[in-house]
Design a protein around this ligand. Structure first.
Ligand SMILES: N[C@@H](CCC(=O)N[C@@H](CS)C(=O)NCC(=O)O)C(=O)O
Length: 205
């Protein structure tokens, strides 16, 4: 008898928001059917499930979820091991705030660089801003194995897909960003991170 997967994830194989969710799934070791969807080619089934047709979209039986942060938190609650948010409310709130800041400050720049409608001058400015901002926070990666934490968290799952794309974004971090470069090397080598990569992403480095 054919085994049907309970979990399905509609994912853009090139996009960092979809990558976040694939990374959480890989960290949790969850068996999932990944359906690759190219940008702008929303299949009718996805349009039925998600009024915005956006990626990633996760389907768990009757539940269809979208917005990567909503999907990540659901997966963390549904599959508690390993936990990807701290236990205590203050620490949880701080993690969510960091995710919000990554979203506002860095994702906005990444999206501007990758948006084909952006003018080259805007792109250049966004590249410079992102490079300087990442270099500026690099010392924060010196003391702990993960981003401001001894354990991997959803914060890392939002940040790593961006860092993986730095060559694609045309950004090379300077030598003073060594703590961040070391963090990247450690994280990219992890088995779950490697398992999270689509073929398109594998070719990005
Ligand atoms: N805020 C959304 C952003 C996701 C996003 O921008 N996805 C784009 C790029 S893959 C998308 O779905 N575009 C519609 C399309 O590709 O048809 C999230 O975090 O899930």
């Amino acid at each position: 008898m054919a085994v049907t997967n309970r979990l399905t994830c509609y994912s853009d194989p090139a996009d960092h928001y979809s990558h976040r969710v694939r990374l959480v799934l890989a960290e949790k070791g969850v068996s999932v059917e990944i359906i690759d969807v190219e940008q702008g080619r929303c299949p009718p089934k996805l349009a039925e499930l998600n009024p915005y047709g956006s990626l990633p979209t996760l389907v768990d039986r009757d539940l269809a979820l979208y917005e990567s942060s909503v999907v990540m938190e659901y997966l963390d609650e549904r599959y508690p091991h390993p936990p990807l948010l701290p236990v205590y409310p203050v620490a949880r709130a701080n993690s969510r705030l960091l995710i919000h800041r990554i979203q506002r400050d860095w994702c906005a720049l990444v999206d501007r660089i990758l948006d084909k409608r952006s003018k080259e001058a805007e792109r250049q400015l966004a590249r410079k801003e992102l490079r300087e901002s990442l270099t500026g926070v690099s010392p924060l990666f010196a003391d702990k194995a993960f981003f401001l934490s001894d354990e991997l968290s959803l914060v890392d799952c939002c940040l790593l897909p961006i860092l993986w794309r730095l060559p694609l974004l045309g950004i090379e971090l300077p030598r003073p960003a060594k703590p961040l470069l070391d963090y990247m090397e450690r994280q990219f080598a992890r088995e779950a991170f490697q398992a999270s990569l689509s073929a398109v992403e594998r070719a990005m480095r």
